[in-house]
Design a binder for this molecule. Structure first.
Ligand SMILES: [Mg+2]
Length: 280
């Protein structure tokens, strides 16, 4: 016999809208397209009293190595035109960070930074080289990053006992496509996309889950995005450091906030045990 909960729907449908608007998620439909069921999420929230907020790029999937490879290809292109590849590399990363306020991690940001750095360094920049650089750098977005080893297993284990939220920063069009390609959306009760990971975003997710920050964890590879703002909001943290590339922009803070609940590991397989132990 199927059981229906008609009284749940109005509550559930009212709850996410203001939250999603504040967090700049494009629509409620985003979550269901990515495999997160609203009813499942609500019923789980009645039963579960702890929350895990997971980062996506370079925690669940290997994103930075794709960019590192694309930069290596671009260095060859600029070197062939007489530009010092090391100088170009350093300037490209500066340009990339400087473009964040205007291009907001959108698909044009990385290729534009590659072209800007070349045009600033070349004695007489050639439009054909700029075009080639833009095309080479844009290709990074067409290859979905591979899922890291052990991630799916760890998420499956955690999702049995905790409300799961995937919190990812960046351009919602790009991120939605990458999350869908990863096939990991179904491991989460909600996927939240934000322009910036600040303490308020973590507090808002705790409010949505009806879980106190003391019972919530943030897992991610970036101190300034996943760890320190989460600790400022009162969450416990697991800093995932597997030795893979970390985007230069995510190295702008190098120390965890003193006094916060901080742990770190280089193996995804250890994350569920750290969280279970921490919750006692
Ligand atoms: Mg990350």
């Amino acid at each position: 016999m199927s059981v229906r909960f008609p009284y749940i729907w109005p509550i559930e449908m009212k709850t996410p809208e203001p939250l999603l608007r504040r967090l700049h998620v494009s629509s409620v439909e985003t979550g269901s397209r990515l495999g997160c069921g609203a009813t499942r999420s609500f019923l789980r929230r009645l039963r579960l009293h702890s929350l895990v907020v997971f980062d996506f790029d370079d925690t669940c999937v290997d994103t930075a190595p794709l960019y590192t490879r694309a930069r290596a290809q671009c260095r060859e292109i600029v070197a062939a035109d007489g530009v010092d590849p090391a100088q170009w590399n350093a300037l490209q990363q500066k340009c990339d960070a400087a473009l964040i306020p205007t291009l907001k991690f959108g698909p044009a940001q990385f290729p534009t930074a590659c072209v800007e750095a070349y045009e600033a360094l070349a004695k007489s920049p050639k439009p054909s080289v700029s075009k080639k650089l833009y095309a080479t750098a844009s290709a990074v977005l067409t290859n979905p990053p591979p899922v890291k080893a052990g991630v799916d297993k760890a998420l499956a284990e955690l999702s049995r006992d905790h409300i799961m939220v995937l919190l990812t920063k960046g351009n919602s069009e790009v991120q939605e496509r990458l999350v869908r390609a990863s096939g990991l959306g179904g491991r989460f009760d909600k996927v939240v996309m934000v322009g910036d990971k600040n303490p308020e975003a973590f507090r808002e997710i705790c409010r949505w889950a009806h879980v106190a920050p003391e019972r919530a964890w943030s897992v991610g590879n970036s101190l300034p995005s996943d760890i320190n703002p989460a600790m400022r909001a009162g969450l416990s943290t697991v800093h995932f450091k597997d030795g893979a590339d970390v985007w230069t922009y995510e190295q702008r803070e190098t120390k965890p906030l003193p006094g916060g609940r901080y742990s770190s590991t280089d193996r995804m397989a250890k994350v569920p045990a750290i969280i279970h132990k921490g919750l006692g």
